[in-house]
Design a protein around this ligand. Sequence first.
Ligand SMILES: Cc1ncc(COP(=O)(O)O)c(C=O)c1O
Length: 394
Amino acid sequence: MAAQFDFDRVIDRRGTSTYKYGALEQAFGRSDLLPLWVADMDFAVSPAIVEAMQSRVADHPIFGYTMPSEAYWQSVIDWQRERNGFAFTRDEVCFIGGIVTGFALVVQHFTRPGDKVVIQQPVYHPFHNVASAAGRQVLNNALVETPDGFYRMDLEGLERIFATERPQLMVVCNPHNPIGIAWEAHTLRQVAHLACKYGVTLFSDEIHGDLMLFGHRHTPLATVSSEAAAVTITMGAPSKTFNIAGLKSSWCVIKNPKLRESFFGWLESNELCAPTILALTATEAAYRHGAPWLEACLRYIEGNIGLVERYCRDHIPGVRPVRPQASFLVWLDCRALGVSHDQLVDVLVNRAHLALNEGAMFGAAGACHARLNVGTPRVILEQALLQLAQAVAT
Ligand SMILES: Cc1ncc(COP(=O)(O)O)c(C=O)c1O
């Protein structure tokens, strides 16, 4: 039987206003690179999403002001409850046009200039950039490498920071990009306990939470305890899950009415939570009909990760892929190559002709690491690995 979804199909994305290609020159100084950086996937989306969008565009040629329907909200609510055990009501959720935007709004609303925001590097770089651009002080509770080559949270360090620095806000990247860590409930429970004890609000970015791999499960922070529910602002999205990041569709859930009413009221009065038509159309179709595509996609990604692991073991032993528990990003530990970070970047860009995210952008501990996006057809990944092997060999 032919596969239902064709993840092997190579689609030329150049000339389609694609950031992954369009920003190469600006980010890397050259555009002749195989782009495995920006965190979207090179796969065609679920046909259910395309059909819903086509039908909305072709069958109803009016694109006036819009609002989410009850059916849209129910699709968001059902998806989270059924897949992740995260239960919330219509009143507890609002629309957000992107999670970085959402984080910026949280920073603006819940903190003042000079306030302190805790992040845990290496971590998705916009958390640092957004908070510091807003004049907030960013504190790093660095992740700790474990003897088995993975990472854990430094809970003692976190309590020290909470007790001495008295931050207002902490970002929990759950799952944690760029390493793909699925935080366990007991870790999240301790974070929430400390946050309650020291009066810190938690921003839980769960954008990668539907992309769980190798049998791992996503634990929404707000579900782990009543303390967590009381202090957590959760944002999630179908954008990574279903490869629709360009449509800018996300959601925000806050269980605590005091936090929620002030934030949602502020968003509404400033029209900061207004959706666009196709964001709603695509999201509802994805959550209602996209699960078979997603399951097939996750199995394909696991296959790609297996390929990277085998290839590096056999041909590029100086590069150690850290197996992610979630998402399509693989953290490559390149320290055994024995080159400096700048030399590594030079090898990747100017010799391997690859556009990967250099690890130091996620914090100093990311030096001599790189992030590889494996959400791409296998033939492209094979080509990238070959280019890397050849560059490293010379
Ligand atoms: C952890 C994390 N949060 C947010 C985003 C971006 O979200 P959005 O496109 O909704 O702003 C990304 C994209 O890579 C991400 O990895």
